[in-house]
Write a protein that binds this ligand. Structure first.
Ligand code: PSU
Ligand code: MN
Length: 304
C-alpha cells in the first residue's frame, strides 16, 4: 500500500490549483446522509453547476476505493447518494476508511481536513455541526468545531444547524479561535431561518470584501479556519418562531427512539422535513445552492 497517495486530487482540480484558478470544496455527508434521494443528487449537481457558473472548479470530496478523492465524478457522487450503509466519516475516520477501502461520505470536519491537505481554501456547505442541545447530558459537540480551529479553510454556511444550541456553538467557536464573518448580515443565521438573534462582530458586503478579509485573517492566523455566515434565501427560509416548536418535537422523537451519536443530526433533519411538510428540506436545498454560489464568487475574488 502506498500511503503517500491517500489523497487523490483529480486532474481538473489539480490543474486549477496549480494554475491558481478558483476551486470550491464540497462535502458528501450532506449527499449521503443529509438529504433524501433523489433530491440529494439534484442538489449535489446544482451546487456544482452554481460553482461552474462563476468559472470556478467544484471539488466534491469523499472516500472511495481506499483514497480520499478530491473532485468526485458525477457517477461517483451518484454512488455515494444511492448506496445504503455509506460510512459517515469525520476526520478521525479518514485513515481507517482508506485502509478498509469502504465507501465513505465526508462531514464538514473531514472535508475541511482534506481540502486543507489539497490546498483548497474555500468550502461550501449548508450548516455546520456544533454544540447540541442537552450537551450537559450527552457531551455531543460536533467535530466540525474542533477541525475548523486547525484547518485554514473558509467555510461558507448558513450558520450552524438550527437543531443545535446556537449560543453555546458561538461560545465554542470563540474558545477555539474560529472567527465568523457575516455576509450582508450582523447576526448569526440559524440555518433554516435568517436570524438567530445572536449578534456577529464582523461583516462583509461583497465577495471581494470577503476575500480581502480572508487574506488578512490568514496573514495573521495562517492555520485557522473561518466561517462565512450567509443567511438562507428569503423565498424559502422559515421564521425562527415557527421552527422552534418543530425542533422541540423532533428532539423529543429522537429521545423516545434513543437516537444517539452520529445518527442524531440526520435523524433530526429528516424528522423536521416531515414535521414541516418538506419546507425545511426546500430551505436546506436552496441555502446549499446559495452557499455554493457565494463560495465560488469568494474563490474567484481570492484567486484574482
Ligand atoms: N449541512 C447540511 N446538511 C448536512 C450537513 C451539513 O445542510 O447534513 C452535515 C455536515 O456533513 C456536517 C454534519 O458536518 O451534517 C454534522 O454532523 P454531526 O452533527 O454528527 O457532527
Ligand atoms: Mn455528534
Amino acid at each position: 500500500m502506498n500511503w503517500r497517495n491517500w489523497l487523490d486530487i483529480r486532474p481538473d482540480v489539480a490543474a486549477a490549483l496549480t494554475e491558481n484558478r478558483p476551486v470550491v470544496a464540497l462535502e458528501s455527508t450532506v449527499i449521503a446522509h443529509g438529504l433524501p434521494h433523489p433530491r440529494n443528487l439534484h442538489t449535489a449537481a446544482a451546487m456544482e453547476a452554481a460553482i461552474r457558473a462563476q468559472d470556478a472548479v467544484p471539488a466534491t470530496i469523499g472516500v472511495l476505493g481506499g483514497k480520499v478523492v478530491v473532485g468526485l465524478t458525477g457517477a461517483e457522487i451518484e454512488q455515494l447518494g444511492t448506496t445504503a450503509d455509506v460510512l459517515k466519516a469525520s476526520r478521525r475516520d479518514l485513515g481507517l476508511a482508506v485502509t478498509s477501502g469502504q465507501l465513505a461520505a465526508t462531514t464538514v470536519a473531514a472535508t475541511a481536513f482534506a481540502a486543507a491537505a489539497a490546498g483548497i481554501r474555500v468550502f461550501a456547505t449548508g450548516g455546520i455541526g456544533g454544540v447540541h442541545r442537552g450537551v450537559e447530558e450527552t457531551l455531543d459537540i460536533s467535530a466540525d468545531l474542533g477541525e475548523l480551529a486547525c484547518a485554514p479553510v473558509a467555510v461558507v454556511c448558513a450558520g450552524a444547524k438550527a437543531i443545535l444550541d446556537l449560543p453555546r456553538t458561538l461560545e465554542y467557536l470563540e474558545t477555539t479561535g474560529v472567527p465568523i464573518l457575516g455576509y450582508r448580515t450582523d447576526s448569526f443565521p440559524a440555518f433554516y431561518a435568517a436570524d438567530s438573534g445572536l449578534a456577529l462582530e464582523h461583516r462583509a458586503d461583497t465577495p471581494a470584501d470577503i476575500a480581502a478579509r480572508l487574506a488578512g485573517h490568514w496573514h495573521v492566523n495562517p492555520s485557522t479556519g473561518i466561517l462565512i455566515a450567509n443567511p438562507p434565501p428569503a423565498a424559502t427560509a422559515l421564521a425562527r418562531a415557527e421552527l422552534e416548536g418543530m425542533i422541540e418535537q423532533a428532539l423529543r422523537d429522537a429521545a423516545a427512539q434513543s437516537i444517539g451519536g452520529k445518527e442524531v443530526t440526520p435523524f433530526l433533519l429528516s424528522r423536521l422535513s416531515e414535521l414541516s411538510q418538506g419546507r425545511t428540506l426546500q430551505a436546506n436545498i436552496d441555502l446549499l445552492e446559495n452557499n455554493a454560489a457565494l463560495a465560488a464568487q469568494v474563490a474567484v475574488a481570492l484567486a484574482s
